[in-house]
Design a protein around this ligand. Structure first.
Ligand SMILES: Cc1cc2nc3c(=O)[nH]c(=O)nc-3n(C[C@H](O)[C@H](O)[C@H](O)COP(=O)(O)O)c2cc1C
Length: 269
């Protein structure tokens, strides 16, 4: 059976109608990381527009009581969608929560032909979509070059979102003995729109790290333990921000194989 990971850009339906082309972009969206691989997304495709919806039936009530990871996961899928759209030459206009009382409709994306790629989405991110993994292996004590860290830092462009990375030994020790570099993405306001944007930044950082040979491992449990959450908050030089997502970065043996994905047809509405 062909898995969603066996994707070939040559299969883009150049002679197909507009909706068929947009649907092809979603094949990249569904390869995104998600909390416990829940893949909590659904998509509705129209002629020049895709609605990205939150699939609440896949919400993990106990592990993610405030649905933070749910919305971050949807943001990861959105970022893959936009990277794929830019790769195939589309411009896009994203409206977050276009119906203010409808928290299920996370985003509407309108697509236009002949778009300019965004400067913070370098073309190589597209190829990294199908080679990215979460890496839970042992991380070496090799430091990440400053220039690579700066490159990752520059992937965080969204207003109201901050990416912080630390080598602080005390924080590392409290979080996990094996962490080489701990990173946190935080937001100015604790709302759904910024949580989706946190997911976008996280996925962009994952893909940029993949290109640089740097491994990434999300560690949500850090924010679930109040003592560790307080420590993580200290690594963020700004006060009054909301830590949304934490992960470690470093060098490790490559993960083999991919985690499964649902077929695209299962997430279309
Ligand atoms: C919001 C979010 C939270 C996550 N939290 C954890 C975590 O706490 N521990 C962990 O090992 N992986 C975590 N992951 C990684 C997922 O388990 C992983 O993305 C999923 O299993 C799919 O595998 P892949 O990333 O290799 O494609 C998280 C991912 C996301 C997007």
């Amino acid at each position: 059976m062909v898995t969603p990971w066996q994707i070939n850009e040559q299969d883009f339906p150049r002679d197909g109608d507009s909706a068929e082309k947009l649907q092809f972009l979603l094949r990249y969206a569904i390869l995104a990381p998600s909390s416990h691989n829940t893949q909590p997304w659904k998509f509705s495709v129209a002629e020049d527009e895709i609605q990205v919806l939150v699939d609440r039936t896949r919400w993990l009530k106990v592990a993610d009581p405030d649905q933070r990871e749910l919305y971050i996961s949807v943001g990861c899928a959105l970022e893959n969608l936009l990277i794929a759209a830019e790769h195939f030459g589309y411009g896009h206009q994203v409206a977050y929560f276009p119906e203010p009382t409808n928290e299920e409709l996370a985003v509407t994306v309108k697509f236009m032909p002949h778009g300019e790629p965004s400067p913070f989405r370098e073309p190589a991110l597209f190829d990294a979509i199908s080679s990215r993994h979460t890496n839970r292996k042992f991380y070496e004590e090799r430091p990440i070059p400053q220039s690579d860290l700066q490159h990752l830092q520059n992937r965080c462009v969204e207003e109201g979102i901050w990416l912080h990375m630390t080598d602080d030994l005390e924080i590392k020790r409290k979080a996990d003995e094996l962490i080489i570099r701990l990173a946190a993405i935080s937001s100015e306001v604790n709302n759904r729109e910024l949580q989706v944007k946190v997911g976008q930044v996280f996925e962009r950082v994952c893909l940029a790290a993949t290109i640089l040979g740097i491994r990434v491992h999300p560690m949500s449990q850090i924010l679930e333990i109040p003592e560790l959450k307080t420590e993580v908050s200290k690594l963020i030089p700004k006060s009054d921000v909301f830590p949304q997502h934490t992960f470690r970065l470093g060098y490790a043996e490559q993960e083999k194989g991919h985690t499964p994905r649902r077929q695209l047809e299962e997430v279309l509405v």
